[in-house]
Ligand binder design. Structure first.
Ligand code: ATP
Ligand code: MG
Length: 172
């Protein structure tokens, strides 16, 4: 279904605001008018895990949550100024029960959050990208089709849209 990212991201951040404040972290959501086509329940669980990590693995500084447009997609970004993830671990952190030494020292957890992110991303077909530098911070991105892209097609090619909407219904 159509998910308006402005409200959606703001609501998630509001839930985490007390935890961020307790650590003295600035948790900020950049306003956005983008609307994506996704499953709100699964997408919320995905973003919650990223925001949870961003707060947990950032001793000081800030966590930014936002979305920007890239062609026919929206890219949700969760950016932190935390301990970072070494490039050699970019694949393994998504596996179940994997926790890095630095992370394990910084906060408690089971090592499941990113495996859930990975599973949801595969089900929804939303690619997840990871950029990070040890000691500087981490930037997780989720690429999601814009809702407008589907609606715009409705007006131009109705027949093709029917096919496309059926395919999308199967996904969600
Ligand atoms: P859980 O999510 O189950 O409570 P967890 O946070 O340790 O536990 P994941 O969310 O799967 O597990 O993350 C796996 C590991 O990846 C973490 O233990 C940590 O070492 C590293 N990690 C994840 N996100 C970040 C981040 N934003 N900055 C630095 N390290 C991170
Ligand atoms: Mg986690």
């Amino acid at each position: 279904s159509a998910v308006p990212l402005g409200d959606f991201l703001q609501r998630i951040a509001t839930d985490f605001q007390p935890i961020a404040r307790e650590k003295g972290l600035e948790l900020r959501v950049l306003p956005t008018k983008l609307t994506v086509r996704s499953d709100p329940t699964l997408l919320r669980r995905l973003v919650q895990n990223l925001v949870s990590n961003a707060i947990k693995y950032t001793p000081s500084g800030k966590v930014l949550v936002g979305a920007r447009r890239a062609g026919e997609t929206a890219v949700i970004q969760v950016v932190d100024s935390g301990i970072g993830i070494p490039q050699s671990k970019f694949t393994t952190v998504f596996q179940e029960f994997v926790r890095l030494d630095e992370g394990a020292r910084a906060a408690s957890g089971l090592g499941l959050g990113l495996s859930i992110v990975d599973r949801i991303a595969r089900v929804l077909e939303h690619p997840v990208e990871l950029k990070s530098r040890e000691g500087h911070g981490t930037d997780f991105r989720v690429v999601i089709p814009l809702a407008e892209a589907v609606e715009a097609q409705t007006e131009i090619v109705p027949a093709a849209t029917e096919v496309r909407q059926t395919a999308l219904a199967g996904l969600c």
